[in-house]
Design a protein around this ligand. Structure first.
Ligand SMILES: [Zn+2]
Ligand SMILES: [Zn+2]
Length: 348
């Protein structure tokens, strides 16, 4: 089958690799759409060397949708018959450790132990930039009949956005700030609104901020103003109730904390690459709650109906489609944010 094959940092080709076969609790799927994730771009660059991937050659890709073509015995018993349309997600916990048993399988104590059943597809386990992919049935979810494959490929990102706003919690009427105006930032804003935020502010820049405005969010351009001061101004000097940082930069992390009111909640979805300074006096004296967010857990089934009925209008974030053979062009458009690129879909 055709697949994207990384052979070293920056080096990749569309090559021929053997079609995988499903084990008893797995399905083999024909991949129909994969959304390029910021993490994919970093995996291609080699930013997480030795971790994601552990070794080359490697095929990334974790935001995907497709159809079941064959299934193992157990998978069939669970109803994953050929033809089932599904969306995939990256994490599959071992299922037995305390983290898994308490529902926090994204924090599985046996992370990386494929021998114990753990998987993270597209990160260290083979991913979906290929004609076919094998997943355990813990990591694929049936999608509604009328949900297009490209939209279904956004379910994974959207489920992370939902997890990101569920961690700090949204109370009806809250003022919410999404720090970062990329796909994840806009999806957290959509999810916060769906969960009852009364006002949603997106902090970001460039064409993406224009898209945020079109989606009905208040916007703050961090290039033109101090975003902390701007958010305070928009909230009568008090600060927002909840902020979610998806940018993961040195500045965005500290600014997110400074943007919330006394007793505010802040969640962090972007993975910071550099040290940051946090105003811990504020955290202590104003009882600020801080939440780390690692990918998603148990939110695929929750976000799908919200996407299907338009409350999380994820389809509006899709800007480009490319065939898998043109992955190089797709990645360039994604990385350069060419023509307002946001979610770029690759189709094997
Ligand atoms: Zn992703
Ligand atoms: Zn586990």
């Amino acid at each position: 089958m055709q697949a994207l094959v990384l052979t070293a940092p920056h080096a990749f080709e569309i090559g021929d690799i053997p079609k995988p076969a499903p084990a008893e609790n797995e399905v083999l799927c024909r991949v129909r759409a994969i959304a390029i994730c910021g993490t994919d771009a970093e995996i291609v660059e080699g930013s997480f060397k030795g971790r994601w991937p552990r070794a080359y050659p490697f095929t990334p890709g974790h935001e995907w949708s497709g159809e079941v073509v064959s299934a193992g015995k157990v998978a069939l018993e669970y109803g994953f018959v050929p033809g089932t349309r599904v969306a995939g997600t990256s994490h599959s916990g071992c299922g037995y450790c305390r983290m898994c048993r308490t529902g926090r399988y994204n924090l599985c104590f046996n992370y990386g132990r494929e021998d114990l059943g753990h998987r993270q597809y597209g990160h260290y386990t083979q991913g979906a930039y290929a004609d076919y992919v094998v997943h355990t049935i813990k990591s694929v979810f049936p999608i509604p009949d009328d949900m297009p494959f490209d939209v279904a490929a956004l379910c994974d990102t959207a489920s992370i956005a939902l997890h990101s706003v569920k961690r700090p919690g949204i109370e009806p009427g809250d003022v919410f700030v999404a720090v970062g105006s990329g796909g994840m930032g806009l999806l957290t804003a959509m999810c916060a609104r769906a969960l009852g935020a009364a006002r949603t502010i997106v902090v970001g820049g460039g064409q993406r901020l224009g898209r945020a405005k079109k989606l009905g969010f208040a916007t703050v351009d961090y290039h033109g103003a101090d975003p902390v001061a701007a958010v305070r101004e928009l909230t009568g000097g008090r600060g927002a109730d909840v902020a979610v940082d998806s940018a993961g930069t040195k500045d965005s992390v500290s600014q997110s904390i400074l943007m919330v009111r006394k007793g505010g909640r802040v969640a962090f979805t972007g993975i910071p690459k550099e040290a940051t300074s946090v105003d811990f006096q504020k955290v202590v004296l104003e009882e600020i709650d801080l939440y780390g967010v690692r990918a998603n857990r148990n939110t695929m089934e929750e976000v799908m109906p919200l996407i299907a009925d338009g409350r999380v209008p994820a389809a509006k974030l899709i800007t480009h489609h490319f065939p898998l053979a043109k992955f190089r062009d797709a990645l360039r458009v994604f990385n350069e944010r060419a023509d307002g690129a946001l979610k770029v879909i690759v189709e094997p």
